[in-house]
Design a protein around this ligand. Sequence first.
Ligand code: DAT
Ligand code: MG
Length: 151
Amino acid sequence: AQMEQTFIAIKPDGVQRGLISEIISRFERKGFKLVAIKVVVPSKEHAQKHYHDLKERPFFNGLCDFLSSGPVVAMVWEGEGVIKYGRKLIGATDPQKSEPGTIRGDLAVAIGGNVIHGSDGPETAKDEINLWFKPEELVSYTSNAEKWIYG
Ligand code: DAT
Ligand code: MG
């Protein structure tokens, strides 16, 4: 199995709406492995770093205010294809366009409250994990279920 890691965050709206366990369970049941997790209120500066690719967009300031407005559940999930498939579990950016069955499709209605973030590729996954976590906050372990998940 080609193992990779991705950065997933439950945004302040997802936390306030009580969707933490619902969201975590979708990644867990799929067979992905949680290797880091913490609850943090990111500073505005941290949010700006996280979304630096979008700094020219008109919604950038509001987006950074939103992400830093309350607790976020920051996580690293590991597994074969987890970066791309994590995005699939999450669904399209605009919940009006997300398919039913996806996290945003099932749990959100507006782009300003789309409940979750997921890295969009291997480079951003690496950068985002480094931005949100110290190396020692990630654990390495073998899950007994792995031989059943990966065959
Ligand atoms: P994603 O979160 O699906 O990776 P993105 O990286 O393009 O989407 O944008 C990051 C976040 O910015 C997104 O989750 C919600 C917000 N956003 C994106 N496009 C927007 C828009 N046109 N108007 C308002 N907010 C937007
Ligand atoms: Mg993105």
